[in-house]
Design a protein around this ligand. Structure first.
Ligand code: IMP
Length: 209
């Protein structure tokens, strides 16, 4: 198996978010890859998420970290798009309540903006970018649902406690991690990425030496 000519099975996951890392490890577990995280590269540059689209940010992160580490690198960027807010906060989800805002402040502002609003429709979107010597590919996953009127649940992170996926009575924060992974935006994008990697490794294994 070879993702690039330089290293047979290493894959750098370019995130410092422990929740994301756990989700990614759980979904990629059966691929026999050596998943490496940024903890092994303390000098890796912080990549500013300053692009207009999720795809631009994901590609930028993956490409900068690929150049720095020379390892095949995946990076993701996620946004929550709220219909009644014209798709906001979208690519600005992490900084919705200001440049230094934490997730609790972001959730509080979103609930405030939707106070008295009946249209609660929203979707999470994740774009995964995978950068190698051969270029960069992207994989997208979407999960539709609604914004609740109050916080519910203790699990998850970010906006999980105010997002109820379509067809479910629980918020992401009330679900078991495996259940969230099965239906979530990131789970869906990762599944496409997993299928791609699986096909790639199969075709390389079949290649005559
Ligand atoms: P980023 O992809 O880490 O830049 O995330 C952008 C924003 O969306 C941050 O505020 C995250 O906390 C939030 N976010 C990312 N993924 C999820 C998720 O799976 N559930 C809830 N919030 C998320």
């Amino acid at each position: 198996m070879s993702l690039t000519p330089s290293d047979p099975s290493d894959l750098l996951i370019s995130t410092r978010n422990s929740h994301k890392l756990r989700e990614i490890h759980a979904i990629m577990a059966d691929l026999n890859l050596n998943l490496i995280d940024l903890g092994q590269f303390p000098d890796a540059p912080e990549v500013e998420e300053d692009q207009d689209h999720l795809e631009g940010n994901a590609m930028k992160k993956a490409e900068v970290l690929f150049s720095f580490t020379e390892l095949p690198t995946m990076a993701d960027d996620t946004g929550l798009e709220v219909a009644a807010l014209g798709g906001a906060p979208g690519v600005h989800s992490a900084r919705f309540a200001g440049p230094m805002a934490d997730s609790a402040a972001n959730r509080a502002l979103l609930l405030k903006r939707l106070h008295g609003v009946d249209d609660r429709r929203a979707q999470f979107k994740t774009v995964i970018a995978f950068a190698t010597e051969s270029g960069t590919r992207v994989f997208e996953g979407v999960c539709g649902g609604t914004i609740t009127r109050e916080e519910k649940g203790e699990g998850g992170f970010g906006y999980d406690s105010i997002f109820k996926p379509q067809g479910y009575e629980q918020t992401f924060a009330e679900m078991a991690e495996e259940e969230k992974n099965r239906i979530s935006h990131r789970g869906r994008a990762l599944e496409k990425f997993r299928v791609y990697l699986h096909a790639l490794t199969q075709s390389v294994n079949k290649d005559p030496q």
